[in-house]
Design a protein around this ligand. Structure first.
Ligand code: 1AL
Ligand code: ZN
Ligand code: ZN
Length: 464
């Protein structure tokens, strides 16, 4: 008898690790049950015609900040996950800060999980945080199933009592010892607080408050100093590190050298460092403000050269949303963080593949495979292979469109990419075999996303 499937995605150009193939994908119970050139299935099987589309593994976005609990009016699981789905993402990892309380102890993780339950359109995992004073809480967070820990080496901003504070060197070193013991990864926002805070104070004192003045307070040297200090501690403690949003080729090079020395370290950059420059920040205003800041066109070329040489591990959004009113006015006062997650995959396919000929499997490696592997979600996530979850982005690589405010699913519809023309477009997104997004229809399913724990800790649920 013909094999039965819940759904067949027919004749798409499937992006596999080894290359592109036109294949049918048979889906059963949310998983990929078969891949083949001409799958046999009964005439009653639902079929999604993908003949003119590319089928990529859904993006695994390792870096988003949703603001629940408490700050859901900035961004919540419903709107945030819808925006991600519209951008071809099927799994995200939520950062431990910008909700209240931050995810730095078990009770806070429980609050986060309650806020997410039944709200997310796509699957998600959670980061725990390392902050001064919570080293004794790391184990309970690891046992509960965070995929790793995040710490800031510079002040993250934010207000209130239960803020997420940056680590001092003592906490960083001690935290690394503990995280090494727990066998997880420490993700770092690497900028020297000494350098950036003193430069910022001086600029403000002198009334230098423009876009380029802000950029000038956070030089590449501040990134590099923090990267090197953290690498030194990693060498001493054996802690695995992941550097988030590295903005410079210099940073990537330092990390590449550490890898060559045998350190277990990975490097992430974000689409905005590859698609926007400091001149765009001048033009666009605080909507494009982030830390580390956008760099010069020359810096950007050098970062692309690192990507083209295969030295980047992970591409992630760093979606750090806020109400639009907080992205206006003074550069030093405005919220630091870009709302961009919906555009991440399209930006990388457009800028990387269409404009610079980066092969699609190479882009997919950084968008999906490496983050899934690094954070214990592989082989369930990150690949199109029999046995993996049926998580796909269906992309029309020939459809040009100009992003409009109305296209955005964020809680607050601002993005530095409004008005930008893309050479490709996500047409539909599938999460564990369910179609969750379709261009023109929007969100087309209930919030069926589930919480993923890494395969190493928490019982191996994501293990495939
Ligand atoms: N508090 C934040 O969300 N900060 C974020 N903001 C940026 N990148 O501008 C980040 O990841 O550092
Ligand atoms: Zn950061
Ligand atoms: Zn971030």
């Amino acid at each position: 008898m013909d094999k039965q499937f819940d759904l067949v995605i027919r004749k798409g150009t499937v992006v596999l690790e080894e290359g592109l193939k036109q294949l049918d994908i048979g889906i059963l119970g949310g998983k990929i049950a078969a891949l083949g050139e001409n799958l046999l299935y009964s005439e009653h099987t639902p079929v999604y015609e993908a003949e003119h589309l590319h089928v990529l593994p859904g993006m695994v976005d390792a870096h988003v900040h949703f603001n629940e609990p408490a700050l859901g009016h900035w961004e919540g699981f419903v709107t945030g996950s819808a925006a991600l789905a519209a951008g071809g993402c099927t799994t995200y990892i939520d950062m431990p800060l910008n909700g209240v309380p931050p995810t730095v102890r078990l009770s806070a993780l429980e609050r986060k999980l309650e806020a997410a339950e039944g709200q997310s359109l796509i699957d998600y995992a959670l980061w725990g945080g390392l902050v001064p004073g919570n080293i004794e809480n790391l184990q309970e967070l690891a046992e509960a199933g965070v995929i790793g820990f995040k710490a800031f080496m510079s002040c993250p901003g934010g207000e209130g009592e239960d803020i997420f504070a940056e680590v001092d060197d003592h906490t960083l070193f001690k935290g690394m010892q503990e995280i090494a013991r727990l066998g997880l990864v420490l993700a770092l926002h690497a900028e020297s607080e000494e350098i950036v805070s003193k430069r910022a104070a001086k600029a403000q004192e002198e009334g230098r408050r423009g876009a380029l003045d802000f950029v000038d307070t956070r030089p590449i040297a501040a990134e590099l100093e923090a990267v090197n200090r953290a690498l030194y501690y990693a060498e001493q403690t054996g802690c695995k590190l992941h550097f988030v949003h590295i903005s410079s080729a210099e940073g990537v090079k330092a990390i590449t050298e550490a890898k060559a020395k045998g350190l277990d370290v990975t490097v992430e950059t974000c689409p905005h460092y590859l698609a926007l420059t400091n001149e765009d920040l001048v033009q666009l205003g605080p909507v494009a403000k982030c830390a580390p800041p956008l760099r010069t066109a020359g810096d950007q070329d050098r970062l692309w050269a690192e990507l083209l040489a295969g030295r980047l591990d992970i591409l992630a959004s760093d979606h750090s949303p806020c109400p639009t009113s907080m992205k206006q006015g003074d550069f030093f006062e405005a919220w630091g963080g870009i709302s961009g997650a919906q555009s991440s995959m399209e930006l990388m396919l457009d800028e990387g593949h269409l404009r610079r000929n980066v092969p699609l499997p190479e882009l997919s490696r950084m968008l999906s495979l490496e983050p899934a592997k690094r954070f214990g979600l592989y082989p369930r996530k990150g690949v199109i292979a029999v046995g993996a979850d049926a998580d796909f982005a269906l992309v029309d690589m020939n459809m040009s469109y100009t992003l409009q405010t109305n296209d955005l699913f964020y809680r607050h519809k601002h993005s530095p990419y409004v008005g930008r023309t893309f050479g490709c477009r996500v047409m539909a997104t599938f999460n564990r075999g369910s179609r969750v997004y379709e261009l023109g229809e929007g969100v087309v399913s209930h919030a069926g996303g589930t919480w993923l724990r890494p395969a190493v800790n928490g019982g191996g649920e994501a293990g495939g």
